[in-house]
Design a protein around this ligand. Structure first.
Ligand code: SF4
Length: 261
């Protein structure tokens, strides 16, 4: 996402995850099954195991445990340059999971997801859609900020498939922990991780998508939908097409929420 218009001090708009409510052991945490090595170096060659190869976890780790373990991840090189890992926000009891691409500049600095300009646009869209923020869990397919430096500025760089694959065990473990009813992928990178294949926002938004690996892991059907990333809407600000793009994002959020039981 573009972070060129960010201002400091953006507030979290999804309730902060409260570890105390989840009964997490202080300092506890385990790397996700099949996941990135928590210490010392690169991810296994070829990245993490493909989604379909992962055996169902016997007891899913809590989000608190995952959050505690994530800073030690050395699954790919992105952690070498980013400020910190940016994990997630929202309750473990959430029913609607929003998956974005990766943290942006502001998120990287604050350590919280969706607190930059695109996150604020998403917050506005969630409000407009009438969705209870307490029902949301928000995360990203890739947990470290990928960027390139241009002078003093850090410019977003789309994560490569290898980064998405390397980071996939974390997302998989989050799905196991949250067991959401509905997953809304924000953009093609998120869909690549959730669905395990390339996806087209233009062709597939608004459809219920098949995620057999997710269903197999949770032992039940999970509704998966795809919409545009809010940063794509943000880029249209000031353009005649902005209102329609924002309305389409709101409509997709409403559609996702309509599948909640
Ligand atoms: S981006 Fe994901 S896989 Fe790479 S170091 Fe960060 S948490 Fe690990």
């Amino acid at each position: 996402m573009s972070d060129e218009t960010e201002r400091p001090g953006a507030a979290a708009w999804v309730p902060e995850y409260d570890d105390r409510e989840q009964g997490a052991a202080p300092g506890g945490g385990a790397a996700p099954e099949g996941g990135a090595a928590p210490e010392g170096g690169a991810a296994p060659e070829g990245g993490a195991a493909p989604a379909g190869d992962a055996a169902p976890a016997s007891a899913p780790a809590s989000v608190a445990a995952l959050r505690a373990a994530a800073p030690a991840c050395r699954g790919c090189e992105l952690q070498q340059h980013a400020t910190q890992v940016v994990f997630s926000a929202g309750a473990q009891t959430a029913t609607l999971m929003l998956v974005g691409e990766q943290p942006g500049d502001r998120e990287d600095l604050e350590g919280r997801p969706f607190v930059g300009p695109a996150g604020r646009l998403l917050a506005d869209a969630v409000t407009k859609a009438g969705i209870d923020r307490g029902a949301l869990y928000v995360t990203n397919a890739v947990k470290h900020f990928r960027f390139e430096e241009r002078g003093p500025r850090r410019i977003h760089k789309t994560p490569a498939v290898g980064h998405v694959v390397a980071c996939h065990p974390w997302l998989e473990a989050e799905v196991d922990a949250i067991a959401p009813q509905v997953i809304l992928c924000l953009g093609a990178t998120a869909a690549r991780s959730v669905l395990g294949r390339t996806a087209s926002v233009t062709r597939e938004r608004g459809q219920l998508l098949q995620a057999p690996d997710v269903a197999a892991r949770l032992g039940r059907d999970v509704k998966v939908l795809l919409t545009t990333h809010p940063s794509a809407v943000l880029r249209l600000r000031g353009e005649p097409t902005f209102d329609d793009a924002f309305a389409a994002l709101v409509a997709d959020l409403r559609l996702a929420a309509s599948h909640l039981r």
